[in-house]
Design a binder for this molecule. Structure first.
Ligand code: RP5
Length: 191
């Protein structure tokens, strides 16, 4: 089923390097045929574009914006300040592969993603941004689906199926674990 010809979700990220993580949100939405539009909007490198994007998002009629950013992570909060569309932030543990000559230690954010998590969730009162856990872009996709399910009953059905699939896969693994015993099961799983 196609829910809308136009994208219902706007996915934005602060940098192309965030796409490694943000693809998790797109994968879920694609799986359930929910159209999304994806862009890069950098809060510090393209500040004027922030306001333009907010106007664009309103014009497009996005129901939710998923915004991923790492480090100081201003993007979700700034977008939320410009629009009434609900914004769901994805804090990103920066893993910058745009500068391959730098050593591994410079690729990660100093505070392991806590920096972005706090930047996103600690918005001052009156301008809220909801957030998923660090790098949990897939959860942002599922959450967006849940919001859209209020409007599209078929999506609610799909979400129930998703839950029952989760249940079945745990049951299947638990049966295997019980049959094989813990040592054999774990050896096989993590070999
Ligand atoms: C943030 O800085 C971006 O969201 C990204 O997570 C991080 C690093 O950006 P790049 O140096 O990879 O462009 O603004």
């Amino acid at each position: 089923m196609v829910y809308s010809k136009k994208p219902l979700v706007g996915i934005i990220m602060g940098s192309s390097s965030d796409s490694r993580i943000m693809q998790g949100a797109a994968e879920i939405l694609d799986e359930y045929n929910i159209k999304h539009e994806d862009q890069i909007v950098s809060a510090h490198r393209t500040p004027a574009r922030l306001a333009d994007y907010a106007k664009h998002a309103e014009k497009m009629g996005f129901k939710i914006i998923i915004a991923g950013a790492g480090g100081a992570a201003h993007l979700p909060g700034m977008i939320a300040s410009y629009t009434t569309i609900p914004v769901l932030g994805v804090p990103i543990l920066v893993y910058n592969d745009k500068h391959p000559k730098k050593s591994d230690t410079t690729k990660f954010s100093a505070f392991g993603g806590l920096d972005s998590l706090l930047s996103i969730t600690e918005m001052p009162s009156g301008s809220p941004v909801a957030a998923v856990g660090v790098n949990k872009a897939g959860n942002a996709g599922i959450y967006a689906m849940k919001m859209l399910a209020n409007e599209f009953p078929d999506l609610k059905k799909k979400l129930k199926e998703h839950k029952s699939n989760q249940h079945n896969s745990v049951m299947k693994e638990s049966d295997q674990l019980k049959k094989q015993g813990l040592s054999k099961f774990a050896k096989k799983k993590f070999k």
